[in-house]
Design a protein around this ligand. Sequence first.
Ligand code: BGC
Length: 460
Amino acid sequence: MARQRGLRFPDGFLWGTASSSYQCEGGNTNNQWYRWEQRGQILTGEQCGEACDWWENAEDDFALAEQMEHNALRLSLEWSRIEPAEGQWDSAPLDRYRAMLTDLRHRHIKPIVTLHHFTDPLWFTDRGGFEDEANIRYFVRYVTRAVQSLQDLCDFWVTINEPNIYAFMGYVLGSFPPGEHDTTRAIHVLRNLMQAHVEAFYAIRRLQPQSEIGYCLHYHILDPANELSPLDRSVAGIQDTFFTWAAIRAAETGHFTFPLNLLLPPIPHAPGSRDYHGVNYYTREMVRFDPTRPAEVFGRRFVHPNTVRNDPGKGVDFGEIYPYGIYRVLKSLYHRTRGNKPIYITENGFSDAQDDRRPRAILEHLAMIHRAISEGIPVSGYLYWTLVDNFEWAEGWGVRFGLVELDPETQDRIPRSSASMFGEICRANAITEEIVERYAPKALDFIFRATNGAAQQVTV
Ligand code: BGC
């Protein structure tokens, strides 16, 4: 036992990683992403294939998480396995999920289960997917079935991962299926996903009154390129509203903000339909007024020059590493929702194959979260994206977010230095000066100054 300067996190804080079925399981051939991939739409031309082989061997990676003393792990269920054709249910996948969740619990790792992480069964896509409000009932029926089967093993549910990314990437930028460029359809899809969340929330609540239920949104900082330009400021503000805060407001009140409310009907029973706020935060972008971009409400986004960056993808620039952004997001969310629910960081991660920026990035983001907590914002957990390098949607295998490096050909794993650092933080429930000195000494000043004197003596 030694005493040293550090930032201690609240007792019971959840520490772990997040992942999704398609990106990790392997062998998923019955959803719209597989079809997309078969059509050669992945920018590298790669295929997900066996992914991280979790369908066979997830437990080996869960053992790594246990060694790192994680106490939580977020994974998703693959709807297209559980209901491979409309109204046909397969019990074998549910047995496999039961085995995974049981294994996690034996390792004292709390399972956090996402019910929808970007993938839809093909039959659902062919019926119009979330473009059609009438299809929400299929999602709720699947959720009910899945929760009935797994509720003795899980009491923490994420209904839908990032409705805003699903709508924006699929229907505005077109880099996710169905590859559309149609802003009106995008906002209808966003609305239907929010309604799907609300209905799923009540379906789960009825089955499992004590569970924690919410959804995660992607929070993206959008700053005006020129603070002094009213046009830059207003397009950045409009993009920010469309991308993030409109969905939050709809979930809180059932109503979309003007002018979206002119197009989108209210969502019944929305107020109160979640137990926590799930925050996925990665980066910020700058926005400049650009009259040639009507689909993006006349804003051209770009990465702030001269900043520390993630490794780029082939199509997406994963952008700036901007720790202060997570603090800004937490403050903003807390104030806009009047601090009404606990907050979990359900994803935060960095693509860095060499692992030469990740340790510092993790430390600085955690320091910013700690600052938010010390100012009274109720953050209750942090899930790093992701445990093992996995198949990155439109980008394939090229970008590496894992704490553990994966060779998808051989399935060999090599833990990165970040893995042991994060393990030490989880074990200590704190960032200590000694950890920072060993893994990212250049972060010392930022960590202990930017947290406004919240450092204390901690025993580890
Ligand atoms: C998604 C993950 C994805 C990550 C990195 C998040 O928006 O939920 O599935 O891998 O970003 O791009």
